[in-house]
Design a protein around this ligand. Sequence first.
Ligand code: SF4
Length: 413
Amino acid sequence: MSFVSPSEAVSSGLERLLRRVSPDVGRILDKALADRTITTDEAERLFAVQGTDLFALLAVADELRARAVGDFITYVVTRNINFTNVCYMGCRFCAFGRPARDPEAYTLSMEDVVQRAREAWEWGATEVCLQGGLNPHQPPTIYEDMVRAIKEAVPQIHIHAYSPFEIWWGSRRLGISEETFLRRLKDAGLGSIPGTAAEILVPEVRQKLTKNKLSREAWVRIVRTAHQVGIPSTATIMYGHIDAPRHWVEHIDLLRRLQRETGGFTEFVPLGFIHENTRLYLEDGARPGPTGMEDLKMHAIARLMLQHTIPNIQVSWVKLGYKMAQMCLQAGANDFGGTLFEESISRAAGETQGTFTAPETFERLIRDLGRIPQERDTLYRPVIRGRQDGTAAPQLWQPPLVRAMPGPRVVYR
Ligand code: SF4
């Protein structure tokens, strides 16, 4: 693995580019290259860059990515199981949730869920990702029951499941604390949780998106508790609707402060708003998602802000499409996300990029960037295939540490 040293970078074309940028932007980029923390004001300034300043921002983000995680681009073989779309919440940005009587409402049976997990394992997945609507017609024990049933059928698969909103809902339905609920889920076999339902962790925006049903404080409390009981999570942002750069930098700053405290975030995943079928766009006047430049800046500035706290920045190929995802991987990101097999939430909102990416496709797109593909598991450990005895398997890639989940450093599959 070859890392570009800071001195090499400064003597490269990057130095020439930095000589041509606006003085205030240059100072911020120099600060990032010197491994100093970028403030929210500075990050907000970077969201306004254009022209040469923009190219310099992207180049600095790419340089910092190389220093943090080298030239590997990782991906995970996973299957999404959106087990129900029945939901009573009615978030304005969501086109997935349906009332129970809606003709398109569905709820998978337990047998279906387990069968999908079994198939996923047989197809080579290391993870299943379960998320669904908040369905009052399912039994209160459904979350625990699903984890237990999957683990019984496929003990080795990693279960990445239940957003903080589902944890909030599940614990209330059982009448137990969030901590007790998380501990019970962990005992049943839950491996990690998605850090979704974050949207924008700024109350003035959140209030309009979800009527603040899951407040910022509740989201932070649940994620912090998950990390404290040894359940890592991802971290996300949903941007490009009724929000602005000020909200984005406050959101990312909150995530980095939480990460300094718990170390439990595995990655940061920017999720551009998919607008077509949502009431937020059709009735509330939201923007039709982020522009391409905003996508690039989001990944690049996230790299600058999170460099020393959350080293993995993931592109969402579902939201971005392959071509834009490749561009973001040149602008600070280092992870291609998951194969998914099927995904219903973005599709319901109007996304058309497809629902499955084969590992071979990831490998082609990664090599096209001159980078090195590396399959990983949910916790960013390299996955080595066909080496069941564990001998002589090359460990190509040294994953950044996830403090909340110590364990083996390589996974054989
Ligand atoms: S975002 Fe989640 S909680 Fe909100 S309506 Fe959609 S499925 Fe329900």
